[in-house]
Design a protein around this ligand. Structure first.
Ligand SMILES: *Cc1c(COP(=O)(O)O)cnc(C)c1O
Length: 250
């Protein structure tokens, strides 16, 4: 059972302030882009932050949270199962973790190869206790073709989309990308928008565009993002690497 957070505490107030700032940035960017703020879902990325912060976020009305490591996300999701949270898995994923991730994740943003799509499909349609809901999958796109940080090259998106759509237990929901280091985020997210349009021509339901982080959410909104993944701007400086982490998995 999760202990209700102290909303008058200093940490809760810090989180409330960060959340309000990000929501105001979203409102401003949507106005500039001629979009309705309701078109954009904020996913608060809680990796490395303690479960107590998720309790605060939930009390503040946040429903969508993002994590990038199964070893951290699984226990947090178990501990917080009483809260009405939607878990987004946003990190590079090994096929042998598929079974664990489908237990708690509503969306996997980082599907970037056929072996992973097949493993997720098998896990999601198997005896995982998910119930009837299909697992939403986004294709992570490598916008500069450097796949070392995850993501499929643009040329592989179409076949991967067909394969995900063909898996029992999976639903092809759209695309995700991280702006390449040093690149102009406007240009990068404009490319992602084009990839999304081509994918939707083939798979009309695949309308999610997951793009934009603390530093570039305005660019992402300007280029049609439907989902933002924001950590630091809401929760403050991320705890140092190693905090709450299991060295063997790094
Ligand atoms: C950590 C992370 C984010 C959030 O980054 P911030 O700069 O803290 O907003 C978004 N997307 C992915 C894939 C991440 O790993």
């Amino acid at each position: 059972m999760f202990q209700a957070p102290d909303l008058d505490g200093a940490r809760a107030q810090e989180i409330a302030r960060g959340l309000a700032q990000v929501q105001s940035r979203i409102t401003t960017a949507c106005a500039a882009a001629g979009r309705a703020p309701e078109e954009v879902t904020l996913i608060v990325v809680t990796k490395t932050y303690p479960a107590s912060d998720l309790g605060v976020l939930s009390s503040l009305g946040v429903r969508d949270v993002g994590e990038n490591r199964d070893q951290e996300a699984g226990p947090k999701a178990d501990q917080l199962s009483d809260l009405d949270l939607r878990w987004h898995f946003i990190g590079q994923l090994q096929t042998n973790k598929a079974k664990s991730v489908v237990r708690y994740a509503s969306v996997v943003h980082s599907v970037d190869r056929t072996s992973l799509a097949v493993a997720l499909g098998k896990a999601a349609s198997g005896t995982s206790g998910r119930g009837p809901a299909a697992l939403d999958c986004l294709i992570q796109v490598s916008l500069d073709g450097d796949t070392s940080r995850g993501g499929a090259p643009i040329g592989e998106v179409w076949n991967l989309g067909d394969l995900i759509a063909a898996q029992d237990g999976l639903r092809l929901a759209g695309v995700m990308a991280v702006a390449p280091l040093g690149a102009d985020p406007n240009g990068a997210f404009a490319t992602l928008h084009e990839v999304s349009a081509r994918l939707q021509a083939l798979h009309p339901g695949a309308d999610v565009i997951s793009a934009g982080m603390s530093g570039d959410l305005e660019s992402a909104i300007g280029q049609g993002a439907t989902h933002l993944r924001v950590g630091g701007a809401v929760l403050g400086q991320r705890p140092p690497l190693g905090y709450g982490r299991n060295a063997e998995t790094e």
